[in-house]
Design a protein around this ligand. Structure first.
Ligand code: GDG
Length: 725
């Protein structure tokens, strides 16, 4: 029975030693609850670090056995690994870089080495239990390399990955010395989920710029498979928070807290100690609010919970000191004997206490400088059973994309924060209820269970897509079968596109001349008297003349304008007119002027604008502009505008490879017909071929061809196989 394996840095459990015995307590995190329905079932399992340094083997065995009963498997880390992989690379390199705090990012080779080593350790732990057919779901920035490490061993495994923190713009990501390795690591997954569309598009942009891979609707075509990227905002366990808010223990606490602080209004903030959370900025805004609103002095307090975190790291220590100072200053300046402006707690609370805080708060002030999602604001909303209360939310939190009914602020804009606090405190009840109702409905629907189901659905979707493509990919059996048909035939015709099919692409198109292997291959194909080999290309006739006319083959140049028979004479079947070229050339010249790196290729009856060497992104924008410009001008000129691989070609519309192929198909009475091509001008050839033909698309995008191969290298392998004795 296939199983599902969840992998994250931390296991969803807290382990401690009480009176010499190990005690495990389930963690209350949203992820643990959401995935509980998965990992606790059957043979499913959650792999992760148990959260404490364990040195003795007997203790390791004890923990392993204890966790096994709860479907968990520990990965033990040494103190050095914790320091370099977790505190080091994860939290001092990736965390600041992904949250746009690059001034805090540490680039340390030892940290990177440890990160690679520990990712490999996680991968080994997975390998010990995983089998083909299983599903793997890897979580977060500590394990970015694991998808690729596992993929190398289990090619067909279903691997999903979710990033819980933002994925930064290329401008930030490119600063990392190990950016390429990180992307390759992530691309080992079949499906990559991010909280927001912005994270998703930043990831796709980095993939485009660093790996040269584009995408179509979030699907990236790798040579061996398609990868899907999508935005999938994580929800909370809505019912759990609503139920806790109604629990007697929570209500008791609320009464107790209220008795001690009085009936003043409360503004609530809850965060882990982190520079990304905007805590000092929030305190300054609250101070300015008090300065400007004397009426509220004595009538409103900020209840601020900061959960201790990483406070041995100098940066965090400094932040803690800054917060302590600010709180001290504000309380010292505005406090009264019977009123404290800020109730500040540097510790964590049990869930019931948190829930009582959510219930009591009139306003939740959630103002991170950056946050992948932020669950606190969602929990606040779910806890508001009477729908009274206002959420002030930073637009830099992923949650802001879903919660547009909150008061959205830019955390750097202190004036805006002050205004937001003022209007939140004076918002009419009807408006509070109206906004809360909209947000509650949305959070109920997009809850954690919905998120888990959707993740699995998207993962299965891309797996199905891959499988349907796989049936078309020429594997060993299929190539044997093609070889059998080839051997049985008496007269064969094989159409070969040139660029991208027989060779790879180069910055300069003239660098694609046949290499030695290709020359040998063509010689081998031609040697068999039963073979008619046709090079069918969009290239101009003089280049093809130079490169392949010495072989005993036929050539179709310029997509079918020119034919060269074995007699080595060029002829054309169509009555063509090239008068249009001067006008179009003038337009293309303008685009070359504006686009460094681009150039024009002249052919007898077509013009091509090349942009392979143009800055990534700019070439694509210019292409869109150029094609819409040209479509308008060419509409009544019987011309066609074709977009190819980093080229835009303008040619006579009555010319195409399919028509040209048909001319040759008619001349020969072949009982084996085959065509191979990589770009969409080759689709015309595929469509022109007789029903029983072998048609092969190079690359894995949609095609009319019957089969696919990943690249020109496999084309060569297939052709060698056909001619081998
Ligand atoms: C990552 C991303 C993304 C806080 N104080 C106490 C307490 N909490 C609970 C909250 C909430 C959670 O901790 C914090 O939520 P975050 O959204 O900040 O999540 P993280 O796990 O820190 O961070 C973040 C998230 O992943 C999910 O993808 O939203 O952007 O950084 O659930 O309630 N819980 C208890 N006592 C406390 O004192 N019991």
């Amino acid at each position: 029975m296939p199983k599902t394996i969840i992998v994250s840095n931390r296991l969803p459990v807290k382990i401690s030693k009480e009176d010499g015995t190990l005690v495990t307590k389930p963690s209350e995190g949203g992820l643990a609850t959401g995935l509980g329905s998965i990992y606790k079932e059957g043979d499913n399992v959650w792999i992760g670090w148990p959260g404490l340094a364990v040195s003795s083997e007997s203790e390791k065995t004890e923990i392993t056995e204890q966790l096994a009963d709860e479907n968990m498997r520990p990965v033990f880390l040494t103190p050095k690994e914790i320091e370099e992989y977790y505190e080091g690379f994860s939290n001092e390199t990736l965390w600041p870089n992904f949250h746009y705090f690059n001034q805090y990012a540490v680039y340390n080779q030892n940290f990177w080495d440890a990160y690679c080593k520990v990712n490999a350790k996680f991968s080994k732990a997975i390998e010990e239990i995983v089998e083909e057919g299983d599903t793997l779901w890897i979580h977060d920035y500590q394990l970015l390399l694991v998808p690729q490490l596992i993929r190398k061993v289990f090619h067909k495994l279903t691997i999903g990955f979710f990033l819980h923190i933002p994925f930064p713009s290329y401008e930030s990501f490119r600063l990392l010395p190990w950016r390429r390795e990180i992307l390759q690591g992530m691309l080992g997954a079949d499906f990559l989920g991010f909280h927001t569309y912005d994270d998703m598009r930043h990831f796709l942009s980095s993939v485009n710029r660093l790996a040269g891979l584009g995408n179509s609707n979030g699907q990236i075509s790798l040579p061996d498979r398609k990868v899907l990227v999508d935005a999938l905002p994580m929800g909370i366990d809505y019912d759990k928070y609503a139920n806790v808010a109604a629990a007697p223990e929570t209500l008791d606490r609320e009464v107790r807290y209220r008795t001690s602080i009085g009936d003043q209004k409360l503004i609530l903030s809850i965060d882990r100690l982190d520079y990304s959370k905007g805590i000092p900025q929030r305190l300054r805004a609250f101070e300015l609010f008090l300065e400007r609103n004397e009426d509220y002095i004595g009538n409103v307090s900020l209840l601020m919970v900061v959960v201790p975190s990483r406070d041995q790291v100098p940066m965090y220590k400094q932040l803690k000191e800054e917060i302590d100072l600010l709180v001290g200053r504000i309380n010292g300046k505005y406090g009264r004997l019977n009123w404290t402006p800020i109730h500040y707690f540097y510790r964590s609370f049990p869930l019931n206490a948190l829930s009582a805080f959510y219930r009591m708060a009139h306003v939740a002030l959630v103002t991170p400088m950056r946050d992948g999602m932020n669950l606190v604001c969602k929990e606040f909303i779910a806890s508001k059973l009477d729908k009274k209360g206002v959420l002030i939310l930073s637009e830099m939190a992923g949650a802001s994309k879903e919660l547009s009914d909150a008061i959205l602020i830019n955390p750097n804009d202190i004036e805006q924060q002050v205004d937001a606090i003022t209007s939140a405190l004076s918002m009419p009840l009807d408006d509070q209820v109206k906004h809360m109702d909209v947000m509650q409905k949305s959070l109920k629907r997009y809850n954690i269970h919905h998120w888990v189901n959707l993740f699995m659905e998207r993962l299965n979707f891309i797996k199905d897509e891959q499988r349907s493509l796989e049936t078309k990919i020429i594997d060993k059996d299929l190539s044997e079968n093609i070889k059998k048909q080839y051997n049985l035939a008496n007269e064969r015709i094989i159409f070969l596109d040139y660029d991208g099919t027989l060779t790879g692409f180069h910055g300069n198109p003239l660098d694609s001349k046949p290499d030695e292997e290709l020359m040998d291959l063509l010689t081998g194909l031609i040697k068999d008297g039963k073979n008619k080999i046709v090079i069918i290309s969009g290239r101009d006739k003089s280049t093809l003349n130079k490169w392949v006319s010495s072989y005993d083959l036929e050539i179709i140049a310029e997509h079918g304008v020119w034919f060269m028979s074995k007699k080595k004479e060029w002829s054309t079947a169509a009555e063509l007119n090239g008068d249009w070229k001067d006008d179009i050339q003038k337009i293309l010249d303008r685009y070359v002027d504006r686009t460094p790196g681009s150039f024009i290729e002249q052919k007898d009856y077509s013009l091509v604008w090349h942009y392979r060497k143009v800055e990534t992104g700019l070439g694509e924008i210019r292409t869109r502009e150029l094609t819409s410009h040209l479509k308008y001008i060419t509409s009544n000129k019987n011309l066609q505008v074709l977009e190819g691989d980093k080229v835009v070609e303008i040619k006579n519309s009555e010319i195409n490879k399919g028509k040209a192929a048909k001319v040759l198909l008619k001349q020969y009475n072949a009982d084996f017909t085959m065509a191979l091509g990589d770009d969409w001008t080759d689709e015309d050839t595929f469509l022109a071929m007789p029903e029983e033909s072998i048609t092969v698309k190079v690359g894995n995008s949609a095609s009319a061809a019957k089969y696919n191969v990943p690249s020109y290298l496999e084309v060569r392998k297939l052709l060698w196989k056909l001619i081998e004795q």
